[in-house]
Design a protein around this ligand. Structure first.
Ligand SMILES: N[C@@H](CCC(=O)N[C@@H](CS)C(=O)NCC(=O)O)C(=O)O
Length: 197
């Protein structure tokens, strides 16, 4: 089954990592894959564009079925392969979370951070982080994002959360999420799919 799957991926991309994690968790390690360089614009190649007109990664193919969206690919794997990690009741709720909070300071040049619209945006992103912190707080120590078990919610969100320390997001801003990060960073599927860069 895994042999008929092909993933085009780029390193450092949370959406790509999401699909790789799902494949690991579903014990589909034999899948075929092509690593393309964003820096060299390899993701714009004809091979990818033939499958994905947006020329973005991940681009995922299973037999004749093409899935060009990381959440959709995780859901597809969940439906097709019930073994391994599951998406239990409520698990998808947390996918409402936004990842921009980690990226704000990285993408927005320091000199532009005084802009009031950007400031408002930052405030709303910090409120979002508090919401995530609240979910974890409520569920108690050692919880995954949707409860006591690792689920597809973790597959979908961990690659984004893992960027917080990579981008030097102050840990005191999200202590629960950082505890969660520490708990998951050595999980075999996470280690096996850890980004190259
Ligand atoms: N919503 C898409 C987003 C995919 C996406 O934005 N991929 C980025 C890498 S993280 C990409 O291919 N960027 C290159 C480009 O847009 O040219 C998903 O979750 O799969």
């Amino acid at each position: 089954m895994a042999q008929s799957m092909l993933l085009y991926w780029g390193s450092g991309s949370p959406p790509c990592w999401r699909v790789m994690l799902a494949l690991e968790e579903k014990q589909l390690q034999g899948y075929k894959h092509k690593h393309l360089s964003f820096d060299k614009n390899e993701h714009k190649c004809a091979e990818v564009q033939a499958l994905n007109p947006r020329a973005q990664l991940p681009t995922f193919k299973h037999g004749d079925i093409v899935v060009n969206e990381s959440f959709a690919a995780c859901l597809y794997l969940e439906v097709k392969h019930t073994r391994g990690v599951a998406c239990d009741r409520g698990a998808w709720r947390v996918t409402e979370g936004r990842d921009d909070v980690a990226f704000y300071e990285w993408y927005v040049p320091e000199g532009e951070r005084h802009d009031s619209a950007l400031k408002r945006n930052k405030e709303s992103l910090i409120a979002e982080l508090k919401l995530w912190e609240g979910y974890l707080e409520k569920m108690g120590n050692g919880s995954y994002l949707a409860g006591k078990n690792f689920t597809m919610a973790d597959v979908v969100c961990f690659p984004v959360i893992a960027y917080f320390p990579r981008l030097h997001c102050p840990p005191e801003r999200c202590p629960r999420l950082m505890e969660y990060y520490q708990m998951l960073k050595d999980r075999p599927s996470v280690k096996a799919s850890w980004p190259l860069e």
